[in-house]
Design a protein around this ligand. Structure first.
Ligand code: B16
Ligand code: MG
Length: 223
């Protein structure tokens, strides 16, 4: 089995379920243009930047916006999102996340974050897990969004590790693409059918330790 020196985590949908808050804020904004944002359409916004999410939504209603309008509506959405996440705490971390992060610390595996969210640092702080992370790369730090691997490459650089010795955990298809094209191991969190290009897919961290994940990758000759 090859060495794994680091793990880089996506935030929304991997460590914490903020997707439901993004959905409420986007659904309310979409209603201003009489666009009904369905759960199915909302799925497509996972891992997508704020601006690209807005452009996706308004395109559903054949609406085009000026640059000023884009900036304005992104700010309106974010204001509602921030008011929704303001009351978050550790109870909203997904199952077994803290145990997994503790296991990595004990084993001296470096821990990084690679998220499209510009609010990533705030959410880490709200849920009390910021101290685990040696590198935090968010939507504020990249010029190319996923599926471009920039966010994970920056994280690996900050951690001082190579992509081929790093596992990326992602819940979005674009994130898995970003990890694979960047030369990382990609572990999908979710359903196999949604994350076909991942090296391994697990439903959540609930029943998995880091050792289990490494074993599973090794059994399918991925590591
Ligand atoms: P913000 P991730 C992504 O986070 C979310 O999945 C996506 O729904 C959201 O639009 C994006 O962050 C931007 O978030 O508006 O807070 O900057 O999954 O990459 O951790
Ligand atoms: Mg995500």
């Amino acid at each position: 089995m090859k060495t794994v020196s680091a793990c880089i985590f996506d935030l929304d949908g991997v460590l914490v379920d903020t997707a439901k808050y993004h959905f409420i804020a986007w659904r309310n904004l979409a209603a201003r243009w009489h666009i009904e944002l369905t759960h199915e359409e909302n799925e497509k916004l996972k891992g997508v930047s704020r601006k690209d999410s807005l452009l996706h939504i308004v395109a559903l209603g054949d609406i085009t916006l000026t640059d000023e309008e884009i900036e304005h509506w992104c700010a309106v959405k974010n204001e509602e999102y921030l008011s929704l996440v303001a009351g978050m705490n550790a109870s909203e971390l997904l199952p077994n996340v803290v145990e997994l992060l503790e296991e990595l610390k004990t084993k001296h595996i470096k821990i990084g974050l690679g998220s499209a969210s510009k609010n990533a640092a705030f959410i880490l702080e709200k849920t009390g897990i910021q101290h685990f992370f040696e590198a935090v790369v968010s939507g504020n730090d990249v010029t190319h969004s996923k599926p471009h691997p920039e966010v994970f490459h920056k994280g690996a650089k900050m951690l001082g590790v190579k992509s081929e010795e790093t596992i990326v955990f992602e819940d979005s298809q674009k994130g898995i693409q970003a990890a694979k094209s960047g030369g990382f191991y990609a572990v999908g969190i979710g359903k196999e059918e949604d994350l076909k290009t991942a090296d391994l897919v697990i439903p959540s961290f609930e029943k998995y330790t880091f050792e289990d994940i490494k074993q599973s990758l090794s059994q399918i000759n991925k590591i």
